[in-house]
Write a protein that binds this ligand. Sequence first.
Ligand code: ADP
Ligand code: ZN
Length: 210
Amino acid sequence: MKIILLAAPGAGKGTQAEKLSEHFSIPTISTGAILRKNIKDGTELGKIAAEYIHDGRLIPDDVMIGVVKDRLSQSDCENGFILDGFPRTIAQADALETAGIELDHVLSIEVPDETIITRLSGRLECSGCSTTYHKEYRPPKTEGVCDKCGAALTQRKDDKPETVKSRLETYHAETEPLLDYYSKKGKLRIAVGQEEISDTTKMVLKALEA
Ligand code: ADP
Ligand code: ZN
């Protein structure tokens, strides 16, 4: 099962990716999480990524394509994977195709921009395992602490309002054209994002039955 999740920042991609990962017993490959880990560890990739992410811009395609190809060639991806955050441009999608990766579903989770802006302002991320929470909609059991690994929860620097605005602009300009791209290939499935996480998961699973 090879699934791509396509949605605006803050649409709940990461959360739904986790649900799907459990449901199908396949790993989630989140490019955002990979990049943030590299920034934290101070790697070469992290140094390149930090600047772009800070401005809400995309990391250059050739860099990202290398990162993802590398990750997908690891043994845990043999039975499938969920890609969260890649591809984000037509060039990245073309690279997957050139690499001979056959996708089963490209799932778009649709959420209006206004909803996204409110959601991102309350989002928290685990500094240890990258699980996401929300101050109101998905609070951890203990304030400020990850349910799964006990590490501290932090706000992502790119969740600042100005950066959110440019991330949304980048999404509409660079990533949205992929909806048409995959629709033409007969791969596109659409789920309308709901207020409740579990309701969105229902829509997502229904969309994948098609
Ligand atoms: P979100 O979808 O919430 O914006 P992600 O965690 O997926 O956030 O990504 C955070 C940032 O990392 C993006 O704004 C972008 O700068 C960078 N990034 C992640 N994936 C890619 C990609 N496939 N291509 C280019 N840049 C990426
Ligand atoms: Zn954690």
